[in-house]
Write a protein that binds this ligand. Structure first.
Ligand SMILES: Nc1ncnc2c1ncn2[C@@H]1O[C@H](COP(=O)(O)OP(=O)(O)OP(=O)(O)O)[C@@H](O)[C@H]1O
Ligand SMILES: [Mg+2]
Length: 346
């Protein structure tokens, strides 16, 4: 499997970018860089994505998300810093080595499908394999397999314009899957879709990835999407990563007012689970029916129906994590005004 590591990465657009990096390092803010004719798109970004992790990058429009993801696979050259893929520095790779790395290790899914209109769906999906020199049989086999994975069996000989937006985005995903790379880069891949289709695609990605175990770097400006998909979330603001954490960590302790503002609208009761409150010091009565660690707090609260006793919480292997008291659940839910109202209605 492939790991991705980013070290002190910068991208500054404009004249004399290297000089502007030095100025940023000495404390220059975005305004000063702008006055010098530059744009600080990515500033001092560092993180590591674990194998098999889904790492979400989110932030407002213009915060540098696309610039960041494009440096990961060498589509853009950083002004400073390093990107290590399996320990190898992408920023030092020549064009040919870089292309091979992209073909073998990292596929990208774009927001705007980027399908070839004059090629069939199957040919679009197999395109990366064709560039890599795969024969027709191998191409057909792998492309068909990828189409099946995204639920488009039988659509291979159609053309992109015969498909709906959601289906086209599935083709884009299938193309990335057909390349059989360990890493998927997804830049606002679902953002253009209707809410219902978007949700379907998210579900499909979650299902698929439970099977395939890819490392995914997923960009979105949609917090709900970030929280559904991400093992961890990096919050970007004006080029900088201001916080990296699980959805829960970010909700519980937003690093600054920007992040707090961003997460303000999220319904905590959907994100917080029994695991959040499972306390090993609390003992449930013997014989009490355990609940799964992933049970959303709101659901759990309703299920308890006013019972006062603690409930044991177990993980996927039925190991006891602790117990949770209804009072603790009520308190956690009450921190969000909306939810407290709903809870007292219930
Ligand atoms: N090629 C370029 N030349 C000059 N400035 C650029 C270039 N590409 C991006 N920028 C600027 O860099 C900043 C970051 O842009 P980027 O596209 O990475 O943001 P983003 O977070 O992906 O935004 P969005 O959510 O709108 O896609 C913006 O101010 C943008 O205008
Ligand atoms: Mg973008």
């Amino acid at each position: 499997m492939t790991s991705v590591r980013v070290e002190r990465l910068y991208k500054i657009f404009g004249p004399q970018p290297a000089e502007l990096v030095r100025r940023v390092e000495r404390g220059a803010g975005p305004d000063e860089i702008k006055a010098a004719g530059g744009t600080a798109a990515v500033v001092d970004a560092s993180f590591e994505v674990a194998e098999g992790e889904t790492f979400v990058v989110m932030g407002l429009s213009g915060s540098g998300k696309s610039t960041l993801i494009r440096m990961l696979n060498g589509l853009l050259a950083p002004t400073a810093g390093r990107v290590l893929v399996d320990g190898e520095d992408v920023t030092a790779m020549s064009g040919k080595v870089l292309r091979a790395m992209r073909q073998e290790k990292m596929s990208m899914v774009f927001q705007h499908f980027a399908l070839f209109p004059h090629r069939t769906v199957l040919d679009n999906v197999g395109y990366g394999l064709r560039i890599r020199g795969a024969g027709e049989d191998e191409l057909a086999e792998k492309a068909t397999e990828a189409l099946n994975l995204v639920g488009l069996e039988g659509w291979g000989d159609r053309y992109p314009q015969q498909l709906s937006g959601g289906m086209r985005q599935r083709v884009g995903l299938a193309r990335a899957l057909a390349a059989q790379t360990d890493v998927l880069l997804m830049d606002e891949a679902f953002s253009a879709l209707d809410p219902l289709i978007k949700r379907e695609m998210q579900d499909q990605l979650l299902d698929l990835n439970a099977q395939l175990g890819k490392t995914i770097i997923f960009i979105t400006h949609d917090l709900d999407e970030a929280m559904r998909l991400g093992d961890r979330i990096a919050m970007m603001r004006a080029g900088r990563i201001v916080q990296i954490g699980t959805a829960e960590e970010i909700l519980r302790e937003p690093a600054d007012s920007y992040v707090a503002e961003f997460v303000h609208d999220v319904d905590r009761s959907r994100v917080l689970t029994a695991a959040t409150l499972a306390n090993p010091q609390v003992i449930a009565p013997t014989g009490a029916e355990p609940v799964d660690a992933g049970t959303p707090l709101r659901e759990l609260f309703l299920r308890l129906g006013g019972r006062p006793d603690p409930v044991p919480v177990v993980d996927g292997q039925q190991r006891l994590l602790g117990a949770v008291t209804p009072a603790a659940i009520f308190e956690a839910l009450s921190r969000e005004p909306e939810t407290a109202e709903e809870a007292s209605d219930a």
